[in-house]
Design a protein around this ligand. Structure first.
Ligand code: SAM
Length: 329
């Protein structure tokens, strides 16, 4: 098992398939993009599947989420998903994506056994989308969402980050639209993980603010706390349910005490936290001939070192040197 010194057990593995992305969301990276990892440093599909297999078969991983960067631009994605869903015990397999290309890939991904998708959509307005993501691809995301629902990748979840004076007036319209479409919306507080280090506490639209805005238009009641478990989102029934909305207050309402996540970067580094400043290099060990037992032992040691919390409020907090796109969100 992947147990840390505080007794938390990691069962949810987030795997970044690439650090590249076809959007440039302001809260994530600068408009000109980043220096992407050289191809030789990326794990191959076989290496990814080998590590995921070790996680599932030896280390108690029960849920695998493929992310990035943008996972849909990884050519072997459908094959990687199919090989993951063929593992025993069968993990839950999901995808976090910006939805561009999902219109074409939702069917093949569902056929490969993918269980669910989370699609990021921060605005209903194509012009705001272009300002926020620096690409004119709003229609592709909407089409991707529809294809995901059509392919049965349910519940289709939508992730939205609100930025002050950009899209923070859209909390209510976004929820109304998601309710109409049958998608489950989750707002994520903006975290200090952008490559250009532009995050500020004042700029962040907090969970309290989001809930205040939603409460002006909807009747929100807190969902059963027990059901939340280790889920990052606080969930609320909308107008008595069954529809729900989630708010992930990563900064102002941290949930580190119940965290069950561990991350694998596209270049094969285990990270025990989004905000970790240390990584454990499984790729080099693997390429140097490490056995599955040795890789599992390194992984166990990396999780054991997990800190109690992300420490954003500590005076000594340092933003990790890798941005979100390179860690895998
Ligand atoms: N490209 C995919 C996507 O757009 O969903 C997967 C990777 S992206 C890094 C995963 C999620 O992280 C997205 O929902 C995105 O909005 C969110 N995200 C990125 N940077 C963030 C930040 N600084 N704070 C909060 N969420 C962020």
């Amino acid at each position: 098992m992947l147990r840390d010194s505080f007794g938390r057990v990691a069962t949810d593995l987030r795997v970044s398939l690439t650090d590249k992305c076809n959007l440039r969301c302001t809260y994530c990276m600068p408009p000109e993009g980043l220096d992407w990892l050289p191809n030789a440093q990326l794990l191959t599909a076989d290496e990814i599947v080998r590590l995921v297999t070790i996680g599932v078969e030896r280390l108690g991983i029960t849920e695998v989420r493929y992310t990035g960067g943008e996972p849909l631009i990884r050519r072997e994605l459908v094959d990687i998903v199919a090989r993951t869903t063929a593992l025993a015990p069968r993990p839950q397999v999901s995808l976090t994506t910006n939805g561009i290309g999902l219109a074409r890939l939702a069917g093949p991904l569902a056929a490969a056994g993918l269980d669910r998708v989370n699609v990021s959509l921060d605005t209903l307005d194509p012009a705001t989308f272009k300002r926020l993501a620096h690409r004119d691809r709003h229609a592709d995301v909407i089409a991707g969402l529809a294809a995901a629902a059509e392919a049965g990748l349910a519940p289709v979840k939508v992730n939205a980050v609100l930025m002050r004076d950009l899209n923070d007036h859209e909390a209510v319209p976004l929820l109304r639209w998601c309710l109409d479409q049958g998608y489950e919306l989750r707002f994520i507080e903006q975290m200090p993980l952008d490559a250009q280090h532009g995050w500020s506490r004042e700029g962040m639209v907090t969970a309290d603010e989001i809930l205040e805005r939603l409460s002006a238009a909807f009747d929100l009641t807190a969902d059963d706390l027990e059901e939340r478990g280790s889920a990052p989102a606080e969930r609320f029934l909308v107008d008595g349910g069954p529809a729900k909305v989630g708010v992930i207050g990563s900064v102002t309402r941290p949930f580190c005490g119940s965290c069950d996540r561990v991350r694998l970067t596209a270049d094969g580094q285990v990270r025990n936290c989004l905000f970790a400043t240390e990584e454990s290099d499984l790729k080099s060990a693997m390429r140097d001939g490490a056995s599955d037992e040795e890789l599992a032992a390194r992984w166990i040691a990396a999780v054991a070192r997990k800190r109690a919390g992300h420490g954003i409020d500590d005076p000594s907090f340092l933003q990790p040197s890798r941005p979100m796109s390179a860690i895998g969100g």
